[in-house]
Every structure is written in structure tokens, then in C-alpha cells.
Design a protein around this ligand. Structure first.
Ligand code: SF4
Ligand code: SF4
Length: 547
């Protein structure tokens, strides 16, 4: 195996024997095979769509494959094997359909023609399928940067598609980009252009998901969320999938079971649709990496709707249910919807009825629900507060949390930022500081939480709105600094989207990605002024000075 797609990769170089995330070597090999299969499917789909052949099945497959292989989503070899078979069948179908139109092909890439199964592959792993097959450091770096951006895009596209929102523009790009990675000698300029375009299509994917979420569940409203516990047995829901969340709320109505959110599901509390359920009582615990302790104490069943799943301990393993793209051998998986009917959560509900209520781990509340609607509606009040000198600077600390102790940098930055600054956040990075007593500026809490990591889009739209209102030429003239934390591939897409929108001078931590070669890292630093983090003191001083 070789994997270096996330921030916690071993020694910030790569995981070679087993993943720091717990991913086993054979699972990593199968994930490589699945991405290679998705490239082969994309090769045919890119040609087929130009001929008017329906590529919906191929698009679903490619989106799923990219999302399945995101960090901490799926560890189940059997599901990867099924998907490889599915991809092989789609490749064959598309080729046959193209040939029926009189198309003929020569010198086809191996990924396009291969029908190898997962079992055959594991018996003799072909290095040509993995990341290190590309020998040129810089091309490999750009290719993987592109693929990780696509993985983030796929996650957002899948959530939107589940709610009935699709984008031809996004799906066309995925096919074209993945097909390009199969070229015998991809050129650096071509790959760089695709990376930039990935940022552009990333903005489109986040806008699509924002549309899907807000048109289905309403515009998020600022909401105070209880972090203590009640006396009823309960179900804990983690991940990002709002449709799963809604169906579970419906099925647990009037059952005496409470529902709590965990990790990235916290922002669900801000949506008007979900507020109507009185048994949605609070948020339990914090970011994904603390789940082994927090799930233990929750006592009731836990539903993982998307990443981030940490390999569970035996002591609570029987209480963890997966659904959608999530999978782990030995856990109960709730199957997908059939004919549009809701998923059947009865097994989780029955277990909850027999469970003890959650053990209290903290008390108090946190705020969430500052989506685009609320932020842009308040733009005048925000600008007034800036003109009056009440708000001197906004610091975007969006992104991810993770296990590294060095991530206490973000807590320290939050504590050291002066009282006339506002932290804008989205994603699970917020758990490093959203329970600190940072106070308010007027009506604004000093930590403004726009939502899940995809809701970083809301923060970008706010910045663009302020720029237009103030008639500024350059978005970087706004009093906004970026101190972004990354962990997995959705954060890579968010970063590419911010760069595409023209934001510069972004601090990225806690480490720069291992998949950036020295040349590509230097290029990003020079072109976009991306910089690594320094000490909290140094960075707070620099950011408050607009540097
Ligand atoms: S996802 Fe991260 S921790 Fe897991 S194997 Fe890959 S690089 Fe290592
Ligand atoms: S914020 Fe980061 S770690 Fe958390 S779910 Fe989003 S991408 Fe993953």
C-alpha cells in the first residue's frame, strides 16, 4: 500500500504498511483499484457523453467510488470488491454502446479495458495501478491534488444528488479530469489547469449542495444548541447526510427516544425543518477523532451517515450502524433506499429503546446556523460594526479537526485573537474553540459557525458580498484573514475553491500536504501566497496587521 491523501499520513510522508487511520494494506490496495476503475469508466463516459449516450450510471459510479475512498469513510473490502465488478460492467456497456455507433478504438489505456476482479488483483497487486506508478514527482503531485479535490467534490455532489440536485457541469468535469490522468504522458500545464478548474467546479458543487440543503430544509437560522444530556434513551447521528437525518427524525417521532448530533452533524440544528422535532435535543461530544471515548459513553446506538468513522472498539462496536458510503466489516449496515422509499432505521430504534440514556460529559451550549441567508441579510450590520471600529478583523478558521496535539494551535489562536475580531468557521475545526467563553460583539457571537465543511461556501459568499457592497477591486482588500486547518480531501476541495475565488495569503496547517512535491508546493506558495502556520502569537500579530 501507499497512501498520503490525508494530513495524518505517517511522518508526513505516506502510510506504507497500515494507515494511521486504521486502513489495512489490502483495503488501501482495493481503494487504489477502485479509483483506477473509476478512471477507466471516466475514459468511456467522457467519450460517450459527447455522442449523446446516457452516462447517469457512470456518473453515479464515479461519484460513489471517489466518495467511498475518502479518508475514514469505508474500510469494508467486500464493498470495494462489489464496486469494482460494477465498474467493470459499466466500462463494457459504454464501450459496446460506442461501438454500436461505429466508433473504433486503438491504443486504449489498460484501466479502460481491464476486467480484473478484486480477488485477482489482491493475489498479485499491480504497482501500475497505485499512486507511485507515476514516476515524475511533480506530475504525481498535481494528479493526486486533482484526485483529492475530486473526492471532495464527489462527496458534495453525492449529498446534493440524494436530494435530487445534479450538475451536468460537475459530472462532465469529473469524467474529463479522471480520463486525463490516464494519458501516457500527462503534461504539467494540462494538470495544473485541471487543478485550477477543480477549484472552479468545486465552487459549483458547493453552491449546488447549498441549494439542495436550503431548498429542501430551509435556510439555517442562528441556533443555540444544548451540549448536555436529557434522561431519555437516545440515538447519536454523525456525518453529513441530512436526508438520513430527516428520515431518522421522522421514524423516531413520539417513541420516547431523543436524537443527538455528533461531529459534522451539529449544524443540522440550524435548519427550520429539523427544529420542528422536539426530540432533537442537542449535540453530544465534539469532533470525529474523539469518537472512541464519546461513543463509549453515549450508551445508545450511533448512526454514521458519512465519514469520519474511526475503527470502533469492541466495547461499543455492536452499537455502531453505518449507511450510505460508510462501511466497516462487522458493523450493521442500513441498506440504501429502494424505489425512493425511506431507509429502514427500525433496528437502530429497537436498540435505542433498550439503551441507557447518555452519560453526561459536559453542559452548556454552542451556536450554529449562520448560513448564507443570515450572513448576507446582516451584511449592513456587519459593515456598520466594521466602520464603527467594533470589528477590526475577521479570521476564517474553517476546516478540519484531527488527532495531532499540534492542533491546539487553533485553540490558542482563538484565545489570543483580540476581542474586536470575529472567527468565521465551518467544518469540524470549530470544536477546537467553539466552547471557549469568547463572548460577543454586539449581536454577533465571536465564533460565527456557518455549518459543515461544504458551508465554507457561505463564508466565501459573504466575503464576495462585502467586496461588492464596498466596491473593492480585490477581495483581499477586505479585513479578512484565513487560517485554515485541513485533514481530509473535502478540505482539499475547499482550499482549491478559495484559491479559484481569488483569496490569497491563506495559512494552512497544521502541516502542508505530503502530496505536494517541493516544486508544486513552491508554486502554490509563490502564486497564491499560501503559507504554513507559525506560532499562535506570531500568526495572530501578523493576521491582525493584515499580513
Ligand atoms: S487516509 Fe491518511 S492515515 Fe489513512 S492510509 Fe491514507 S494517508 Fe494514511
Ligand atoms: S471538516 Fe474536515 S475532517 Fe471534518 S468532515 Fe469536513 S473535511 Fe472531514
Amino acid at each position: 500500500m501507499f497512501c498520503y491523501q490525508c494530513q495524518e499520513t505517517a511522518r508526513n510522508e505516506g502510510c506504507f504498511k497500515i494507515g494511521v487511520c486504521g486502513k489495512k494494506s489490502d483495503t488501501a490496495d482495493l481503494q487504489d483499484l477502485l479509483i483506477w476503475t473509476a478512471k477507466g469508466v471516466s475514459f468511456w463516459a467522457d467519450l460517450a457523453r459527447k455522442e449523446g449516450i446516457n452516462t447517469l450510471k457512470a456518473a453515479d459510479f464515479v461519484i460513489n467510488s471517489l466518495f467511498f475512498t475518502i479518508t475514514n469513510a469505508n474500510f469494508d473490502n467486500a464493498r470495494f470488491a462489489e464496486m469494482v465488478d460494477e465498474g467493470n460492467a459499466i466500462k463494457k456497456d459504454l464501450q459496446v454502446n460506442l461501438e454500436k455507433l461505429g466508433k473504433s478504438f486503438s491504443a486504449l489505456p489498460k484501466a479502460a479495458t481491464s476486467q480484473i476482479t478484486a480477488k485477482e488483483f489482491l493475489e498479485n497487486v499491480d504497482p501500475a495501478v497505485g499512486i507511485l506508478a507515476q514516476k515524475n514527482d511533480d506530475i504525481r503531485s498535481l494528479t493526486e491534488l486533482l484526485i483529492y479535490g475530486l473526492k471532495g467534490m464527489a462527496a458534495y455532489a453525492e449529498h446534493a444528488a440524494i436530494l435530487g440536485y445534479r450538475s451536468d457541469e460537475v459530472e462532465e468535469f469529473m469524467f474529463r479530469a479522471l480520463a486525463t490522468t490516464l494519458k501516457a504522458e500527462p503534461q504539467q500545464d494540462e494538470m495544473l489547469n485541471l487543478v485550477v478548474e477543480c477549484g472552479e467546479k468545486g465552487v459549483a458543487a458547493m453552491a449546488l449542495l447549498n441549494d439542495a440543503n436550503t431548498k429542501t430544509y430551509g435556510n439555517p437560522e442562528p441556533t443555540e444548541v444544548n451540549i448536555g444530556v436529557g434522561k431519555n434513551p437516545a440515538i447519536l447521528v454523525s456525518g453529513h447526510d441530512l436526508k438520513d437525518f430527516h428520515e431518522l427524525l421522522e421514524q423516531t417521532k413520539d417513541t420516547g427516544i431523543d436524537i443527538y448530533t455528533h461531529g459534522e452533524m451539529l449544524p443540522a440544528h440550524g435548519y427550520p425543518t429539523f427544529k420542528q422535532y422536539p426530540h432533537l435535543v442537542g449535540n453530544y461530544g465534539s469532533a470525529w477523532w474523539k469518537q472512541t471515548d464519546e461513543f463509549e459513553k453515549f450508551n445508545g446506538p450511533i448512526l454514521m451517515t458519512t465519514n469520519c468513522l474511526v475503527p470502533p472498539r469492541d466495547s461499543y462496536k455492536n452499537r455502531v450502524f453505518t449507511t450510505g458510503v460508510v462501511g466497516f466489516e462487522g458493523l450493521t449496515h442500513i441498506p440504501d433506499r429502494v424505489n425512493g422509499k425511506p431507509k429502514d432505521f427500525s433496528a437502530i430504534i429497537e436498540m435505542a429503546k433498550k439503551s441507557k440514556p447518555p452519560t453526561e460529559i459536559e453542559t452548556g451550549s454552542v451556536f450554529t446556523g449562520f448560513g448564507i441567508h443570515t450572513l448576507t441579510q446582516n451584511k449592513d450590520a456587519i459593515l456598520d460594526a466594521v466602520s464603527a471600529g467594533l470589528i477590526k478583523r475577521f479570521v476564517v478558521m474553517a476546516g478540519c479537526d484531527g488527532r495531532f496535539p499540534s492542533r491546539d494551535y487553533y485553540t490558542k489562536v482563538a484565545e489570543k485573537l483580540p476581542a474586536d475580531s470575529i472567527i468565521l468557521t465551518a467544518g469540524c475545526a470549530k470544536y477546537r474553540y467553539n466552547k471557549l467563553p469568547l463572548g460577543k460583539i454586539g449581536d454577533f457571537p465571536r465564533v460565527i459557525d456557518a455549518g459543515q465543511c461544504n458551508d465554507s461556501y457561505s463564508l466565501a459568499v459573504l466575503a464576495l458580498t462585502l467586496k461588492d457592497t464596498l466596491k473593492l477591486e480585490d477581495i483581499n482588500q477586505l479585513p479578512i484573514s484565513f487560517d485554515v486547518a485541513w485533514y481530509e480531501q473535502k478540505a482539499v476541495l475547499v482550499l482549491l475553491a478559495l484559491l479559484y475565488l481569488g483569496f490569497k495569503n491563506i495559512r494552512l496547517g497544521p502541516t502542508l500536504p505530503a502530496f505536494l512535491s517541493p516544486n508544486i508546493a513552491e508554486f502554490l506558495v509563490k502564486t497564491f501566497d499560501i503559507k504554513p502556520i507559525d506560532t499562535p502569537e506570531t500568526d495572530v500579530t501578523a493576521m491582525m496587521a493584515g499580513k
